[in-house]
Design a protein around this ligand. Structure first.
Ligand code: ATP
Length: 337
């Protein structure tokens, strides 16, 4: 449906997109995940024909976005990071204007506008000036514009950025409901958003695709889950020795737990082994009460951090952030385009 082939974008000397290739199949929600400056917006702008690539090509439903822009763009609705809204218009006026620009059939124009306003739940504010709407409602107007004409593919750049938690939930819900009829590609630097909303994730870093798969597949790729335990004992050295003697155990870290006579243990397995049963038996054999055992949480966040920190450019800020939102690595240079 969409094929991105060996895409390269240079801004002067700066390589923003570095030989990026991927395919987007029908009927799923794809998430572009990457820290600020990874190249997400640039890739989306190229896919939607807003800017041209330095090298490579984008094929939408068999049409090259550069050679046959009209045919290719017909299948795409785009919500840019900053939707170009005319704030002195009402949503209805703006959407009528956008429908004309999209060359929708004049006979069906009013009906199409009403339909998208209903879908995005802005029909009750359709006659208010956009400048008087909340950010969440403005974002909905942008989404309504993207959906107008019911294009097969929706490309949404950071659709929840700047919204409050309630608005974020509403927009995510809306995106999920739209996925019944549209293939959706959205970008985000919020890991939880991508793992919650998307069927497939493309992790982009320094303009390159570094991992792709469903959130579950990516989680399974992370090798050797650490097991966390709490045992009842006051002899930390003995507990350390006990777990080190378990076959397949790698590094063992013991620390006093908050409560008296309790020790917290973390055991890293060798060779991706599942150590739970062996750890249980070792405790039973040593008559060491096992109070708690669980695999440490493997999240998309840990995968993201592992993947991006491996390839971090030396000295680049934000690469080892432990925040759920990845740190900003600076502003745009803005030297061309
Ligand atoms: N018009 C431009 N001129 C020069 N450099 C640019 C331009 N647009 C983007 N860049 C640079 O290209 C790189 C990729 O930027 P891009 O906006 O595509 O990243 P992003 O992943 O979308 O980031 P964000 O999450 O901050 O939007 C960044 O280093 C950015 O500074």
């Amino acid at each position: 449906m969409i094929e991105v082939r060996d895409l390269v974008k240079r801004y002067g000397d700066h390589l923003a997109v570095d030989h990026l290739s991927f395919r987007v199949e029908k009927g799923q929600i794809y998430g572009f995940l990457g820290p600020n400056g990874a190249g997400k917006t640039t890739t989306m702008n190229i896919m939607t024909g807003y800017i041209g690539p330095t090298e490579g090509e984008v094929i939408i439903n068999g049409h090259n976005i550069l050679d046959e822009p009209e045919e290719a763009k017909r299948s795409i609705g785009y919500l840019p990071e900053l939707p170009p809204l005319y704030t002195d218009m009402t949503p209805r006026e703006y959407l009528n204007f956008a429908a004309e620009l999209k060359s929708l059939d004049p006979g069906e124009l009013e009906e199409s506008v009403q339909k998208v306003m209903k879908l995005t739940k802005i029909d009750d504010v359709q006659d208010r000036l956009i400048k008087n709407l909340s950010k969440g409602y403005r974002q909905r107007v942008g989404l309504a514009q993207a959906i107008l004409g019911m294009p097969e593919i929706l490309i949404l750049d950071e659709p929840t950025v700047g919204l409050d938690p309630k608005q974020i939930l509403e927009i995510r819900e809306l995106i999920r409901s739209l996925s019944k009829e549209h293939t959706i590609i959205l970008s985000s630097h919020i890991l939880s958003e991508v793992s919650e909303v998307c069927d497939r994730v493309l992790i982009i870093h320094h303009g390159r695709l570094i991992a792709t798969g469903s959130p579950g597949e990516l989680e399974r790729q992370l090798k050797g889950t650490t097991i966390e335990l709490t045992v009842k004992s006051d002899d930390i050295a003995a507990v350390q020795k006990l777990f080190e003697s378990v076959e397949g155990a790698g590094r063992v870290t013991c620390t006093p737990a908050g409560a008296e006579n309790e020790i917290s243990v973390a055991v890293d397995p060798k060779d991706n082994l599942d150590l739970r049963e062996a750890l249980f038996r070792a405790c039973a054999k040593a008559d060491c009460p096992l109070l708690m055992m669980r695999p440490s949480g493997v999240s998309l966040e840990s995968i993201f951090l592992e993947l991006t920190s491996d390839r971090a450019a030396p000295g680049e800020p934000g690469e080892n952030s432990t925040e759920a939102e990845v740190e900003d690595d600076g502003t745009k240079d803005g030297d061309d385009e």
